[in-house]
Design a protein around this ligand. Structure first.
Ligand code: PXL
Length: 250
């Protein structure tokens, strides 16, 4: 018999193509041998290459899914993906922390879907400033970091955001340093270099990375090791097949 696995929770959209959102998160959790709970924040209609529509679930319906589980399970880490707006996100985060004191929250601040749809064009800065100190880690790409900080280039933006919570700046498509990520914490900046494998762009790779970080944290890794392990896991997925769909394996 196995020992009991750590329990983690994902708040994310349903992407029926299975590449992103809840399904990607649960696949990632299972590969890491953590037990994944999944709360749906939105119903999307899409394929790996085409985004068709999104229906946001109202906050009370999101909370109704989470409350009974948070009341009965010990969840020390959760991740949040797409949410309709920052105000609901802030209320969600506060409710999660009220129901599970001490829980650490990883936020993937998704503004745009890889299949082309823009979820959010602008950022209400005041609500963001209230939200950031409630989070353990955010995982923006360069574009998201600049929009969230409202300033400078990606590196300056990440440095500024990291005065509120840890920031993993994703270098995926960065021109000068493609695939190089940087972890900004109170202890400085740690560069995470890409591995040797040939990678192919994938639908949902940001979801997989943040879910893998959450799983590694729940397994007891330091933040720095969790980010490094999750990067290696995501690169395995990116190199698993040339198409937009990737296969999960450790
Ligand atoms: O990868 C961003 C993302 C997050 N969540 C859902 C998505 C996508 C991208 O398509 O569909 C549900």
């Amino acid at each position: 018999m196995e020992q009991q696995r750590p329990v983690v929770m994902s708040f994310a959209g349903l992407d029926p193509s299975g590449g992103a959102g809840l399904l990607a998160d649960i696949k990632t959790f299972e590969q890491h041998r953590v037990y994944g709970l999944g709360v749906c924040t939105a119903l999307t209609v899409q394929t790996a290459s085409d985004f068709i529509s999104v229906d946001w679930l109202p906050l009370p319906r999101i909370l109704a899914q989470a409350k009974p589980l948070l009341a009965t399970e010990t969840v020390s880490y959760c991740k949040i993906g797409i949410m309709a707006d920052v105000q609901s996100l802030l209320e969600l985060v506060r409710t999660i922390k009220h129901l599970s004191p001490g829980i650490r929250i990883v936020l993937d601040p998704v503004l745009k879907a890889s299949a082309g749809h823009t979820f959010h064009n602008s950022i209400p800065r005041q609500a963001w400033l209230e939200l950031l100190p409630e989070l353990y880690l955010i995982t923006p790409n360069y574009h998201e970091a600049v929009l969230l900080a409202g300033t400078g280039d990606g590196d300056e933006a990440a440095a500024q955001l990291s005065t509120h919570c840890a920031v993993l700046l994703k270098g995926g498509h960065h021109q000068a340093r493609p695939g190089e990520d940087a972890l900004y914490t109170g202890n400085g900046i740690q560069r995470l270099l890409p591995g040797p494998k040939q990678v192919h762009p994938k639908h949902g790779s940001g979801c997989v990375l943040s879910a893998a970080i959450t799983a590694n944290l729940a397994l007891g890794c330091s933040l720095s090791d969790a980010c490094a392990n999750a990067k290696a896991y995501t690169e395995n997925l990116l190199s698993s097949h040339p198409s937009l769909t990737g296969y999960h394996h450790i």
